[in-house]
Design a protein around this ligand. Structure first.
Ligand code: AMP
Ligand code: MN
Ligand code: MN
Ligand code: MN
Length: 286
């Protein structure tokens, strides 16, 4: 039993700087009220909220790690790689994230055109009303607009009917490569983590390739306990972490009080036989 697994760490969540609905300050207050001891803000492809999050974490007495969730294309699927504990002033990381954000507006305009064909009009302008950061228009913002116009009852239904791969509003997009994302994070002094591995529609062979290539590029951790996994998936990916010699991370993936079923700091602890990712990051907490 590794007793450092018994830490209320929440190392995955989103603010209005990407597709969450709360400010970094409100997230910090909510994490602290829920008993989080070590926190990271991991906005999609964007680190603009980190300074505010860190200041609010310190004011609330929480330990803090820098964080980001990078969008990657691997074997034709979108995969998310979380980075933790990097230097957010690193020029290579900043350039890489900027290039990853770059294609979002064009993609959003194409999505709006596709949605108009199936009767959802004005979706680009509609989604923009929900956007906190104009560089980061995402499918989540479209989902909020589609709920607003009454075409679906909630955002989960919007993804099922309109925004998932193969649905009418889905526009294929090429994100960063796995090797680039891991290199940006590790060269900036951080640790790269495979986010919510159970969410990807991979065959066993493709998943094996993801983990092998991730390790070969210098990735060292995987999310085991996340709001995106079932209890059975905690067990499965604890086993995968051991098999590949990866440390384990824990995070709610909280986006919004109205949309997220897992609140900040409310997950089970990491299984005790794992190496928690925060053991690799002790000197990066600040
Ligand atoms: P994007 O980066 O624009 O492709 O948007 C991806 C985001 O959409 C994810 O980070 C989630 O917040 C959200 N998302 C993806 N799939 C679903 C789903 N099935 N239900 C609700 N939200 C989803
Ligand atoms: Mn998201
Ligand atoms: Mn994700
Ligand atoms: Mn996320």
């Amino acid at each position: 039993m590794n007793s450092t697994c018994l830490l209320n760490a929440d190392l995955h969540c989103h603010s209005i700087v990407s597709d969450g609905t709360l400010s970094p300050e409100d997230l910090a207050a909510r994490a602290s009220a829920n008993g989080v001891e070590l926190w990271a803000l991991t906005d999609h492809d964007e680190i603009g909220g980190i300074a505010r999050a860190r200041a609010a974490a310190h004011a609330a007495g929480m330990a803090f790690l820098s964080g980001v969730e990078v969008s990657v294309t691997f074997a034709g699927e979108t995969v998310h790689i979380v980075g933790l504990g990097f230097d957010e002033n690193d020029p290579g990381l900043r350039r890489g994230l900027e290039s990853t954000r770059g294609g979002r507006e064009g993609r959003a305009r194409e999505m709006a055109a596709e949605l108009a064909r199936v009767g959802i009009h004005g979706a680009f302008e509609g989604a923009l009303k929900y956007v906190g950061n104009p560089d980061l228009i995402s499918r989540t913002h479209f989902a909020r607009y589609i709920v607003e116009v009454g075409a679906c009852g909630d955002t989960a239904e919007v993804f099922r009917k309109y925004l998932a791969d193969g649905k009418p509003g889905f526009v294929p997009h090429r994100w960063a490569s796995l090797g680039d994302a891991v290199a940006w994070i590790t060269r900036a002094g951080g640790v790269a983590v495979i986010a919510h591995p159970a969410r990807y529609a991979f065959t066993a062979n493709e998943e094996y390739a993801l983990f092998s290539e991730f390790k070969a590029h210098g990735g060292t951790a995987v999310e085991v306990v996340t709001g995106s996994h079932t209890a059975a998936e905690y067990v499965k990916y604890a086993q995968t972490a051991r098999e590949f010699g990866l440390a384990a991370s824990r995070g709610s993936d909280f986006h919004s009080p109205d949309e997220s079923h897992t609140d900040l700091g409310q997950l089970p602890y990491l299984p005790g036989e794992l190496t928690p990712v925060w053991e690799l990051l002790a000197d990066r907490i600040r």
